[in-house]
Every structure is written in C-alpha cells, then in structure tokens.
Design a protein around this ligand. Structure first.
Ligand SMILES: Nc1nc2c(ncn2[C@@H]2O[C@H](COP(=O)(O)OP(=O)(O)OP(=O)(O)O)[C@@H](O)[C@H]2O)c(=O)[nH]1
Ligand SMILES: [Mg+2]
Length: 470
C-alpha cells in the first residue's frame, strides 16, 4: 500500500516536471476533462466544440476569437499513445452528413488534441509573435468517478451497503434471490462466481435503464476490454461471521480489491489527476421528464461525482494530486434546444440548485465554478403557438421518422425548489405539471464556410473553460 502510493506520487512528480519543461518552451497545455453520466451528451459536446473551434464563425462569445487573436486552430496527434483517440471525424460525419444521425454510445476514455496559434493580448501584443496553446480534451464516463467512493470501503462494507440500498428495488429481485441461493463460505467455484457477477451486472443494467444513477462499480456497465476478466467477476456477497480461505466470499473479496487497485486507481492516476479544467454535462431535462425519483437520484449522483473534485475527501487521491487541482468546473445542462429560450434561465437555475451543495464544496476547494444551459448541437427552431387562448413558447424539429413536429415541453418552475423538494421527499409524480420530452433527430445542415454546427452557448462554455488561456 505504502509502496504503491509512493510510486504514484513519483509518477506525478515526474510528470509535473515534464509539464513545466514544455511550458517553458511557451507551448502551454490545457487538459479539459469532459464527463457526465451515460447519455448526458459528451460525444456530441466534444464533436461540436471541436468543429466550432476549428471553424469559429459561431463563436463570438469566445473573447480571443472576438478580438481576432486566433490565427489558426488545427488537430494534432495526441500526447498519450495508449489512450484511444476521440473519433472526431466519424462523429462529425454522423452529425453533419447528408442523412444525419446521433452518434453511437461510447463507453471508454478517449482523447483529442487541438492546437491553437494565438496572438497575445494587451501590452505584449506588439512585442511577441503568435504562440501555440494545446488543448487536450479527455472524454470519460462520469460513472467512473463514482468508483472513487469504493477506495475507502472494505469488501464487506461495500457488500452490506449495496444490499441495503437495492433491497427494495424491483430490478434487483432476481439478483437478491440468486444471492440467497448460494452459501458464501462454500469453496470458490468459478461458474458460481460468474453467474453471480452476471446477475449483478444484469441488475445494474436494469437499474440504470429504470433511471437509477447509483450504478457502481462503473466498469460493470462499461467493461470495454475488461469484459469477462476476473476484476469484473465479483458481486456483493455479505457473510455472517468469519470468512474461510478459498471460499467464494474470499475470492470475491480478492477481486473487489483487485478492481480497486487495477481499475479504479489507474484511472484516477493516469487521467483524472492530470485534468486542469472540467465540464460536467447533465441531462437535467431527461431526468425531469422521468420524474421526481430520477431527479433526486441524479442530485445524489452529482454530489458523489463531484466529491472527486474535493481534495482531501480521499487520502489516496490527495496524496497523488500533490496539491494540484482542477481550476474551473462548468456544470452544463445539455440539450437546452428542447426548450424555448424563454425557459433557459429556469433550466440554469435548476442546474445550479441540483449541484448547489457540491458546487459550494468545490468552490471552497479553490475551483471556480459556473452553471449554464447549453445545446452542443441545436436541432430545433423556436415558435410561439396559440393553444386554448394562450400563447405557448414551442420548439420545432425533425422526428426520427423524418416528420416535423412542434412541441411544448411544459413550463419549468421559476423556483427550482418546486422540483427538487418533492423529489427529495420521495414523490412519485410531479403535481400539476407534466414535463414532456421529444427525441428530435439532427437536422440536415448546410453550413457556410467558416461556420461550425449550430449550438446554444457553446461559445460561452468555451470562454469559461479555456478563454483565459488563449
Ligand atoms: N436535441 C439535442 N439532443 C442532444 C444534444 N446532445 C446530445 N443529445 C441527445 O443525447 C443523446 C446522447 O448524446 P451523446 O453525446 O452520445 O451522449 P454521451 O454522454 O456521449 O453518451 P454515452 O456515450 O452513451 O455515455 C444523443 O443521441 C441525442 O439524442 C443536443 O445538443 N441537442
Ligand atoms: Mg459518448
């Protein structure tokens, strides 16, 4: 334990020296982490952000662009040879091709380097030539951050807590029956272990589909190339009294520990620890549409996710970070093009309230935070439609079927407490108001030269995240 933490800090130490050396050559690197829970909009966000940074016609809110100081932006080979490259070209052609469609789910970490040639601002403007700034964008699933909490837990604590939490969930019934049918102190038997792990993974998948966000260990849902390996072949298995050597319980415990040291820690060490700026994408509208329980569950998951940004929360992580911290965190409610802009301030207020606790702590820890409502790819237009004598602010877009439809999603409350309080109190449905959600397809685009894809406030998001470094 001591040796491995020591080695971790050494690696970070060496890396920071490397970072500093490249900074002295005036090529600063900004590492931007993009995360969020499944389907929150990470892939679309990165694709549209990069496209709009390459062709900046729709980025007036980015100050360096407004001041005409960005001479060029171009994609470059990324610095990390073992991380998959973010497949920008395929995702962009999905979104902007002749028959546009939403990109497939991506279930692993990936990276892309975008470099800028910028002229300095202010007093230095006339004295220095253009300099190069590298932006490394790292896409990773928010579920992986939830795993940080596992590091502090023993296998038995984790098993007990998990079983308590899922005891009443219909989606867990099969798995709970399965656990009852095995004796944890029986000798380890691989098929039995595999069946339990599969049962647990099936429960997690069903729970996520039912709108629960507390679905850890994160890699069970997103196994990637770890699928089928022993680090993912375990499940919670509470034991009464002492565990025996070579028992099923003992082997599960060993694998849980392996998951922590060989899956969770490397992610935090190799990716998380190096992030300077972070955007956390939240599909708040999707949760509101699913109902109060989904909103409450999302609020809690956000709190857990964000505790990773609170130095000191975890001893191992603080030691590895060596005082380095994320400098800015943006909480962005995505897919705001489902709402008429008149409702955007309300969505932002809900976003702020959803993450209030967590943001207060992050701010306390020295990071600057902001909340925004954005659409990385705007696929709707706005219109006001009369309905029963009132004018409803609607949005119009193309459905998956190719048909056009106008849609009124319901009126979000001015005071976010009207949503968050019933959610906190365990209400089953929203009183009085129904919040609809319509799946619009991306529209066929014909872009003017120099323009990126249409968006809402992506330029302001970019300004907050990286504007000061350009
Ligand atoms: N209208 C609208 N829909 C969006 C936008 N961004 C994302 N979506 C919708 O949200 C879905 C998920 O977006 P992705 O970018 O694939 O989300 P992700 O977080 O990468 O998802 P995973 O890779 O599955 O974790 C898309 O398929 C779209 O249906 C947006 O800006 N506007
Ligand atoms: Mg994705």
């Amino acid at each position: 334990m001591v040796i491995s933490s020591l080695a971790d800090s050494l690696v970070r130490g060496v890396e920071s020296v490397g970072d500093r050396v490249s900074e002295t050559f005036f090529e600063p690197v900004v590492r931007l982490g993009v995360t969020g829970l499944a389907r929150s909009g990470k892939t679309v966000f990165i694709t549209s952000l990069v496209a709009n940074l390459l062709d900046r016609g729709r980025m007036p809110g980015l100050v360096a662009q407004q001041e005409g100081r960005i001479n060029a932006a171009y994609l470059q080979p990324q610095p990390d040879d073992t991380v998959p490259r973010f497949d920008y070209e395929s995702h962009l052609s999905a979104l902007t091709g002749p028959q546009p469609y939403w990109p497939d789910s991506t279930r692993a970490v990936s990276e892309l380097r975008l470099s800028f040639k910028v002229r300095p601002a202010g007093l230095l403007a006339g004295l220095q030539g253009p300099r190069t700034v590298h932006l490394d964008i790292v896409d990773y699933p928010g579920e992986w951050l939830l795993d940080l909490a596992l590091l502090d837990k023993s296998y038995d604590d984790w098993s007990r807590e998990t079983m308590e939490r899922i005891a009443q969930r219909p989606a867990a019934a099969d798995f709970l029956a399965q656990v009852k049918s095995v004796d944890p102190v029986d000798p380890h038997d691989e098929p039995a272990a595999q069946a339990l792990a599969q049962g647990f993974a099936d429960y997690l998948t069903a729970a996520r589909d039912a709108g629960f966000y507390d679905c850890t260990p994160g890699r069970f849902l997103l196994p990637g190339d770890l699928a089928g390996s022993p680090v993912l072949t375990f499940a919670p298995l509470p034991v009464e009294g002492a565990s025996r050597r070579r028992s099923l319980h003992r082997e599960m415990e060993r694998r849980f520990e392996a998951y922590k040291s060989q899956v969770v820690k490397p992610f935090f060490r190799d990716h998380f620890a190096r992030i300077d700026r972070q955007v956390v994408l939240v599909d708040a509208l999707g949760a509101i549409h699913k109902g109060p329980q989904a909103v409450e569950d999302m609020r809690r998951a956000m709190g857990d996710i964000l505790s990773a940004f609170r130095p000191g929360r975890n001893a191992w992580l603080s030691q590895m970070l060596l005082g380095k911290r994320v400098e800015r965190i943006l909480f962005a409610a995505t897919k705001a093009d489902h709402l008429h802009h008149l409702q955007h301030p309300r969505l932002t207020a809900i976003m702020e309230a959803l993450t209030r606790e967590a943001r207060d702590r992050a701010r306390f820890a020295g990071a600057e935070t902001a909340a925004m409502s954005i659409a990385a790819l705007r696929v709707t237009t706005e219109e006001i439609r009369p309905h029963n004598g009132v004018e409803l602010p609607c949005v119009r877009g193309t459905l998956e079927t190719g048909k056009q439809a106008a849609f009124y999603p319901g009126e979000l409350p001015e005071d976010p407490a009207h949503l968050l309080n019933p959610a906190r109190k365990g209400a089953d449905t929203w009183l009085g108001e129904d919040y609809g959600f319509m799946a619009f397809a991306p529209a066929h685009l014909s872009l003017r030269p120099g323009d990126g894809p249409p968006h809402i406030r992506l330029d302001r998001a970019a300004q907050f995240l990286i504007g000061d470094r350009l």
